[in-house]
Design a protein around this ligand. Structure first.
Ligand SMILES: [Zn+2]
Length: 491
């Protein structure tokens, strides 16, 4: 059989006004044709697809078309949207007759003027392939599932864990695609859209209400008639017309069972709605004092409001301001994304003492903080990373800048922000030598985990803030919980 492979991903944060451009995709590598397979064997969704093909022991020809991935951020610009649409169109047309499409997308991508990028991409694929070629669409579980996505795909598969399991999920999706093409499965889908949102503090699937909901999905899959159950707790920063959580059930030809389970999964999430809203985050000053007083480091200070992995701009100086004002006794690592500041510091040169405004360069959530520091090192570019869904990431030009007890890693590009120790080590900074490290994520603590003594969620404002009621929503369907007092997930 001949299968085409497309892998495109970006998670949009509508409260970050900085558009995501092709440069952000290039930072993680835009690959076409065989390069996709060569670069990503054993890694991420592409790696999972390839494992499934190899383990199937079938004669399968793969036609890899396009791969582009960017860190979460503002809406993708028109150039990025058009670029990937053209690559999909040209690639599928050039592929000739194919028997199935493995379509690996994020599911929560919006573009300038377009809420549902994945729906548009699916529409394009369908228009070229016709109604009968199976399309199995694998999505990040923070996706916003839309009517188009369900109508135009043959089956939808979602990540099963937070932190994500792209390789394993793509493998599940590819195995399903092979079964469908071989005539061994006849998928039918049922789905429910919930008038529900929550912040990200309860998003880990290893504990709390998310574990309950995801464990139930896995339990249903033990029934041979059930092909897949995917829960989609949409990431809480997508302000789009069809926004909200969803659950999708795929069964082997049993529509009634799919409908019944979809209702049950929606009811279960709704029954847990108050637990999903539970906040653990502590105020900024208190979090900094706790970290300073801790017996051992590295204490992770999770900057929830400025989560770069959740699409924030990485320009917050709130925790830095607290560290400097409270005059802490220990040392801290603070990452920041600020291209203009990088240029200023590079112009000053290594060893220079510089006074300049820092942070608040991208979003209206923060105002610049004037600091004086010393340029320790200039570097950046491609950084080799371990334990990630790819091997190298471009951070752009990057500067290590010491301000009192804080060592700042200021980069031009989003890359991995400061969420992996590898990014610091590439610049000669050993995170283990620091008492606390600010991470620009609210869930992805796994890269720092081997050297982490404790994680403190900090209740910071910003495009990723836990106070979702306080965000300036414009397009999300109302009423929706917890923004409005409603008693039924159907709204
Ligand atoms: Zn996600």
């Amino acid at each position: 059989m001949r299968l085409a492979l497309i892998n495109i991903g970006q998670e949009t944060n509508d409260f970050n006004p900085v558009p995501t451009t092709l440069r952000d995709f290039q930072s993680f590598g835009i690959y076409e044709g065989r390069t996709i397979v060569d670069k990503l064997r054993g890694l991420g969704q592409v790696g999972g697809y390839l494992e499934a093909i190899e383990e199937s022991n079938r004669r399968i020809e793969t036609i890899p078309i396009i791969r582009g991935w960017a860190t979460a951020g503002g809406r993708i610009d028109a150039e990025s949207l058009n670029f990937f649409m053209a690559k999909i169109r040209d690639g599928l047309k050039a592929a000739g007759k194919i028997d199935g499409l493995a379509l690996q997308l994020h599911g929560a991508c919006a573009a300038e003027g377009l809420d549902d990028v994945e729906g548009a991409q699916l529409e394009l694929c369908r228009s070229i392939l016709g109604p009968d070629v199976p399309i199995v669409c694998s999505l990040d579980h923070h996706a916003n599932v839309t009517q188009k996505m369900v109508a135009l795909s043959t089956a939808i598969v979602g990540y099963r864990t937070q932190p994500h399991d792209p390789l394993e999920t793509a493998k599940v999706a590819a195995e399903l695609l092979i079964r469908i093409v071989a005539g061994d499965a006849k998928p039918v889908m049922a789905w429910r859209k919930l008038r529900l949102l929550s912040h990200q503090e309860q998003f880990l699937t290893s504990k709390g209400p998310m574990k309950v909901w995801f464990d139930r999905a896995r339990a249903h899959e033990k029934d041979k008639r059930v092909l897949h159950v995917a829960n989609f707790p949409m990431q809480p920063w997508l302000d789009v017309a069809e926004g909200g959580w969803a659950t999708v059930v795929v069964t082997d030809g049993d529509k009634a069972l799919a409908e019944k389970l979809a209702d049950e999964m929606a009811d279960l999430a709704w029954s847990l709605r108050a637990e999903f809203q539970k906040k653990d985050a502590v105020p900024v000053d208190e979090a900094v004092r706790m970290a300073d007083a801790a017996k051992a480091g590295v204490v992770v200070l999770s900057d929830t409001g400025d989560t770069v992995f959740g699409g924030a701009a990485g320009d917050s100086n709130l925790i830095l301001e607290s560290i400097l004002r409270q005059n802490i006794k220990s040392t801290a690592l603070v990452p920041m994304i600020a291209p203009g500041t990088v240029a200023t510091l590079i112009a000053a040169g290594v060893g220079a003492s510089v006074t300049l405004p820092l942070g608040g360069n991208a979003t209206p959530f923060f105002t610049p903080l004037t600091v004086t520091g010393k340029v320790r090192r200039i570097g950046g570019g491609l950084v080799t990373v371990s334990d990630h869904h790819q091997r190298e990431v471009d951070m752009g030009r990057t500067v290590v800048f010491d301000v009192g007890p804080a060592t700042l890693l200021i980069s031009e590009l989003r890359g991995l922000a400061g969420n992996s120790p590898d990014v610091y080590r590439a610049l000669g900074v050993e995170p283990k030598d620091y008492k606390m490290a600010v991470l620009k994520t609210a869930s992805n603590f796994q890269y720092f985990a081997p050297i982490t003594s404790e994680v403190i969620r900090v209740d910071t404002r910003g495009p990723g803030q836990s106070d979702i009621v306080g965000l300036p929503w414009k397009r999300i369907p109302r009423p929706i919980y917890p923004l409005d007092p409603i008693t039924d997930w159907r709204g």
